[in-house]
Design a protein around this ligand. Structure first.
Ligand SMILES: Nc1ncnc2c1ncn2[C@@H]1O[C@H](COP(=O)(O)OP(=O)(O)OP(=O)(O)O)[C@@H](O)[C@H]1O
Ligand SMILES: [Mg+2]
Length: 241
């Protein structure tokens, strides 16, 4: 494994804060559907800087989730390049990409994706266990992350004992527990009312400031777009400005 993969870049050496976290160059992605090739992404260029809140907007079917999956290393582009922390994501093996993803990326989904039988505390702890964080650090890190999202008092509640907004905040605590440098959130507020959506956005802003994480999210909500550092608008697999 390449030496840069063995260590967690952001915590083991001083990061070059001016270098981009992620650079996407000329990404295309097509799918074979029956006998037809469906071209979904048609040449995407983007850059995510550190500690930014970046949003993707676009109509249903424009390709937002397809792009998020590529950025998060869940899928491979048909052509083009993705550099994560300066290193060529597109040239990595599946194992290498999985390794980087576990160390450096956190995911948040529209539907929260919590383990239903585990408490808030246990859900966050599970993320640390999966990331290989030493057990001695679990308790304090779990407490810290739940405090960041304002749920210290709900630690022992299971998902069904929490509101939708609270469940999404547990999901955020879970996604940032292993100190990723990038948080990807696909329509994180779509299932919430506007007040809970606003709470999620304020949690995002505070974790960008305190955890030095970059958040890239998709949304359809125009009021949410207002707080972005940058908005990419996607139309039919391309960005328009
Ligand atoms: N694995 C796949 N195989 C074939 N087609 C796919 C696949 N994944 C996505 N697509 C197609 O790519 C297009 C873009 O899908 P994508 O999920 O990226 O859109 P989106 O912008 O996230 O939409 P929404 O706002 O509804 O979530 C759609 O037409 C979809 O049917
Ligand atoms: Mg989508």
């Amino acid at each position: 494994m390449a030496s840069w993969l063995r260590k967690k870049e952001v915590h083991n050496k001083a990061p070059d804060l001016d270098s981009p976290l992620l650079t996407v160059k000329g990404i295309e992605r097509s799918f074979q559907v029956g006998s037809q090739k469906l071209q979904v992404l048609k040449g995407i260029d983007m850059e995510l800087k550190r500690s930014q809140l970046v949003m993707l907007r676009g109509r249903s079917g424009s390709g937002k989730t397809t792009l998020m999956n590529l950025i998060g290393g869940l899928d491979e582009p048909s052509s083009g390049e993705i550099f994560f922390l300066g290193h060529p994501f597109h040239k990595c093996s599946d194992d290498q990409r999985t390794h980087i993803r576990r160390q450096e990326i956190g995911f948040i989904f529209q539907s929260f994706a919590l383990m239903p039988l585990l408490s808030a505390r246990e859900n966050v702890e599970l993320a640390l266990r999966m990331a290989g964080t030493p057990r001695s650090q679990w308790k304090s890190r779990v407490a810290h992350c739940l405090e960041l999202v304002g749920l210290s008092k709900r630690m022992n509640h299971r998902p069904f004992e929490l509101s939708g907004g609270e469940q999404q905040r547990v999901a955020i605590a879970k996604a940032i527990a292993h100190r990723p440098s990038l948080l990807l959130a696909d329509e994180p507020t779509a299932e919430l009312d506007s007040q809970m959506g606003a709470q999620i956005m304020s949690v995002f802003q505070s974790i960008i400031a305190t955890e030095q994480v970059t958040i890239c999210m998709t949304t359809h909500d125009p009021t949410i777009l207002e707080v972005a550092d940058h908005v990419y608008e996607m139309v039919d697999g391309r960005f328009v400005s």
